[in-house]
Structures are given as C-alpha cells and as structure tokens.
Design a protein. Structure first.
Length: 600
C-alpha cells in the first residue's frame, strides 16, 4: 500500500515537470511549424501546437527513473513506451490504421503473455481473447476521445483517480500505483494548457499512451486475478471506470456504420460534438462528459464495495440511463450528406437498419429490462440477508409471470404509441394504468397458480411504484435532456416574450423546440403585477415594461416576441420605438386557425 504523502509527492513532482515540458514542447512545435491545421473533419478552428503527448510521456518515464522500484512492472512500461513511440511516429508521418492495429494487437499480446488478464468468464481461452480486445479497444477509445479541448485528458484524469483509489488498497500493486500517480500528474500538467481554448494538443503519442496504460492497469497482474483481491476483477468495474471512452467509441462507430462511413476516419460526430450541436458550449459539453465519467467511476468503486446483488442493480440502472442518453444523441444530425438512399444501399448491415427504423423494438427491450430491474429491486428492498435468500426462489418462479403480463398490458393499454419527445401528463396516466392493471393481473395469476404462498404483498406495492417511476422517467428523459440543453444554450438570440399568459406558454414551447431556430430564453415580461416573480414553463417573469426597457438599454436582449393580443396600440408603439432605438428585433407570435374548407 502506497502512503498518501508518497502519492501526493509523486503527483506534484510529475505535475510540475509536465507544466514545464508542455510549455517547452509547445514553444518548439510552434517554431518548427508542427501544428494541427483546421479541417472539415477536425473541430479546432485555429492552428494548434502538437506534441503535448511528448511532454506527458517524457514526464512519466523521467520521473520513473528517479523511483527505482517503480520499474517493477517492466512489461507495462515497455509496452507503454512502444505505443508512445508509435503514436509519435503517427503524429509526424501518419500511419495506416491497419498498421497501428497490428502493432496494438502485438503489444496487447505481450501484456497478456505477462499475465495482464481479464477474469470475466473463467475460460482462459475466452478471457485471453477478451483481454486483447479490451486493451486494443480502450487504447483506440482514448484516441477517438481526443476530439475536443480538455476532453480526453479530463476523462483520463477522472478515470485514473478512480483506478488509483482501487490500486492503492492492493499491496501487490504498489508499483502500478506509483506509475499511475505519475501518469495522472503528467496529465494534470498538460490539462492546464489543453483547457478550452487549447494551446497544444496531445496527439496520438499522448492518447495512445494514456489509453494503453489505463487499459492495462484495470487488468489483474502477476497472475492474481483468480483470488478476487486484485483491482476490479469483475466484469462491471473496469467497464464502468472507462465507460465514457467506451460510450463515445460505440456511438461513433455505430453512427458511421449507419451512414456508410469508415469507423477509422476522423469526423465531427462524437458525443461531444453532438452536445455542442444541440446548443451547449464546448466547456459545458466537456463538463457533461466529465460528470458522467465521474459518476461511472464512483459506481465502479461502489461495485467493489457493496454486495454483488446491489452492485449489479446499480450498474444496470446507470448503463440503461447511458443507453437512453446515447439514443438521444444519435438523433442529432451531424452528417449533412447522408440520405435514406445511402442508409438503405447496403453500406451497413440489415441488423443495424432494423434497430434504427424499428424503434419500438428498442422500447420493448428497454421495458423488459425495466420490469425485471423493478421487480428484482422490490425484492432486494423488501427482504434482507437470510430472509432474501429464503424468498429468492419465489422471485425466480414468478418473474416470467410478471414480465409477460406487464409487457402485454403495456401493449394493450397503449404504452408504445407515444412519442418520447412530446411526452406529457396524459402519457404518464397511460403508464400508470398499465402498471396498475399489470400488477393486479400478475397478482391474480400468482394467486391462481401458486396460491400466493411465499409471496409478499409489499413486494408488489414497491414493484409497482418503482416500475411506474422507471417507465415515466425513461419516456420523459428526452424532454428533460432537451430542457437542460435549452436552459444552457450557448448560441442564439437572447429572447424575451412579452406576455406571460397562455399565449406566452405556447410561444416559448414553439420557439425553443422548432428546428432551425436558435434562441436563449431570458424570461417573460408582463404588466400584470400579480404575475411578477412567477415562473412560466420554468422561466421567470422578470418584470413589467420598465424592466424590459432596462434590459434593452443594457443590451441584454436581442429579440422581443409579443405573445399577447391584449396589448394596446400605445404600448405597441412604445415597444417599436424602444426596439428601433437599440437595434432589437421585435416579432409577434400568432397562433390562429385558417379555414381551408368552410362548412355553412
């Protein structure tokens, strides 16, 4: 076990060294013209220095030279140094993806030979193949994640801290803990220069080096995987610690396959780019992914700290939430030149097409998971310890009944007719009815078949509550995400709606949700004193006309939309004069019916 003072000393030493070396690398790169030029498949808009990864690698290996016993994990160090050199060569003279893949497989095989191995299935053959796939996949995942200022370095830092927390408690992994500490320090120093707007990029030398190092450190070394005492030896923990790179890589790969593009090419279709496309600033988009990485890391640690039953339940809920988030991001348009002909031309497999165009299948699969999780969670909450083990057979024999009845009820009541984007109160009522009828029907069948022996009524009450929350939460998730984005929109005209009545409520929904329009809602204006300090659709009524005049004079508004018909001509003339004087747009929102066929 490495003492905290030692960890702090190593981290600070590496951070200080990295700060100096990154500055030096940036200076040299700019003088030599070694910069990343903007391009259609690149996010940055200004030429930016390369070789930040050189500073990270030199910092780690330089500091390791001062720590003699840290050279103990020789296989990891040799492989990390090798992939660092490969990445550096790729930064100078781009290598073919096939060439890099072969090298990565070879290095993963070396680590496997020295017993860096996953212990997922109990079969050495299968686990060996999974280990190679894991190392190669995570290495490339971090390479793909290096697509926006501060994203790759920040996620690596968060994942590394989570992993270090686990490594520090393993007395057999002290050398790995020291290595990881130095790596984190080097990344932290680099991140100072890589925050938006970044003045230097890490390049492949940095992202591949970081990816392979973290992938290897999640594996059990020295042949101790089987005793359960090494770091993250179960399936969920390593996947959760590195979930954001896996999430981004999976989303990008499936999106590119769907659009008939190569998964190896660059592009602006990553999760970070999609968050910016829907209105978030670069910093907020990166912060969202950092937050998800931190949550995943904490759950990864919790997986090791709690019982397997609770760990699996917690992880399943989080992974399902991430899947829903991925589906939301997948709907963001990032390819301007893709049409239905391209999708259906055979460039991708029918399997992917079916899941894109038959979304109800995905909904059904989601609900199967939600029903199972809710029923299992109800048993876990109702019973503890030996009592849970006593009632667990009842759970197993009744799960098929509950699952089948609830799915049929969801279909019959109309649970699969709604559109998630427009989820509303009455949709919630539909799910409440389906849960009520499904639960009562399940209880009736269980009474008929099993006479309700060894069953608890409390379980079904808890199950119904959990399932209703899960169904409503999943369907409302798209609206919740959209609302979150709208309230943190970075781009667009600053909008004030004049009139905080029914027309204003309709106007804000329409103006903020219509594609092609980009507004940042400031609030409502209303001359009715009873509405002051109220909130409409979550937005404040900021005051009356005088407050509006102050906002306009302070250049805090770009456009005013009149939503009320109860505005006299004198007030309208004052608004026109005010907007004309300060160059503020003035619009009027109409919601009318036009007769197409008149019936006498």
């Amino acid at each position: 076990m490495v003492p905290y003072p030692t960890i702090a000393a190593h981290f600070l030493t590496a951070s200080a060294t990295s700060l100096v070396l990154v500055w030096l690398c940036r200076t040299v790169a700019l003088r030599l013209g070694c910069v990343a030029q903007p391009g259609e498949d690149r996010w940055h808009s200004q030429p930016t220095a390369l070789f930040g990864g050189v500073a990270i690698g030199v910092t780690v290996f330089g500091c390791l030279a001062l720590v003699g016993d840290a050279w103990q994990p020789a296989a990891l160090l040799v492989c990390a140094a090798s992939i660092f050199i490969v990445g550096l060569v790729d930064d100078v003279q781009p290598l073919k993806p096939f060439t890099k893949l072969i090298i990565e497989i070879a290095l993963a095989s070396v680590l496997l030979f020295f017993d860096y191995r996953l212990d997922w299935t109990g079969s050495l053959t299968v686990d060996s193949l999974l280990t190679v796939a894991w190392i190669v996949g995570i290495t490339n995942a971090f390479n793909l994640l290096d697509n926006m200022d501060g994203l790759c370095a920040g996620v690596a830092l968060i994942a590394g801290v989570t992993l270090l927390t686990a490594l520090r408690g393993d007395p057999e992994a002290s050398s790995e803990a020291v290595y990881l500490t130095l790596l984190l320090g080097a990344i932290a120093g680099f991140l100072v220069y890589n925050f938006h707007p970044a003045s230097i990029f890490m390049g492949d030398s940095g992202s591949l080096f970081i990816g392979l190092s973290l992938a290897a450190l999640t594996l059990s070394a020295e042949g101790g995987a089987g005793d359960g005492s090494n770091v993250l030896t179960i399936v969920l923990a390593p996947a959760l610690v590195l979930l954001v790179p896996i999430f981004d890589t999976t989303l990008v790969t499936l999106s590119r396959l769907r659009s008939g593009r190569s998964a190896a090419e660059g592009g602006r279709d990553h999760s970070s780019h999609r968050l910016v496309a829907i209105g978030l600033s670069e910093r907020v988009a990166v912060a969202v992914l950092w937050t998800l990485a931190a949550l995943a890391g904490l759950i990864g640690l919790a997986v090791r700290a709690v019982s397997p039953d609770w760990a699996g339940l917690l992880a399943a809920i989080f992974v399902l939430a991430m899947v829903i988030f991925a589906v939301y991001l997948a709907q963001v348009r990032v390819y301007e030149d893709v049409d239905e002909t391209t999708i259906r031309s055979g460039a991708i497999t029918p399997f992917v097409v079916n899941f894109v165009y038959k979304r109800r299948i995905a909904e059904v699969l989601l609900d199967v998971c939600l029903v199972s999780i809710a029923y299992y969670a109800a048993y876990r909450l109702r019973f503890e310890g030996l009592e849970y083990l006593e009632y667990f057979p009842s759970f197993l024999e009744s799960l098929p009944v509950v699952l089948g009845v609830q799915m049929v009820t969801l279909y019959l009541v109309g649970g699969y007719r709604g559109v998630w984007r427009y989820f509303g109160l009455m949709d919630g009522v539909v799910f409440a009815k389906s849960v009520m009828f499904g639960t009562l029907s399940s209880v009736f069948i269980i009474v008929f078949v099993y006479r309700f022996e060894s069953y608890s009524r409390g379980v079904f009450v808890v199950y119904a509550a959990l399932l209703m929350l899960s169904l409503i939460g999943s369907r409302a998730s798209f609206r919740l995400i959209s609302e979150f984005v709208q309230r943190r929109r970075h781009t667009g005209e600053r909008l004030v709606i004049y009139g905080a009545g029914d027309g204003g409520a309709v106007a804000v929904r329409e103006l903020l949700s219509r594609p092609g329009l980009s507004y940042k809602m400031v609030g409502f204006i209303d001359d009715d004193s009873a509405k002051q300090q109220a909130r409409i659709q979550g937005y404040p009524v900021v005051g009356d006309y005088e407050a509006l005049a102050a906002l306009v004079s302070a250049a805090a508004v770009d456009r005013i939309v009149i939503s009320t018909r109860a505005i006299d001509s004198a007030r309208l003339q004052k608004l026109e004069a005010l907007c004309g004087e300060h160059g503020v747009g003035l619009s009027r929102f109409h919601f009318d019916f036009e007769d197409v066929v008149t019936v006498s």
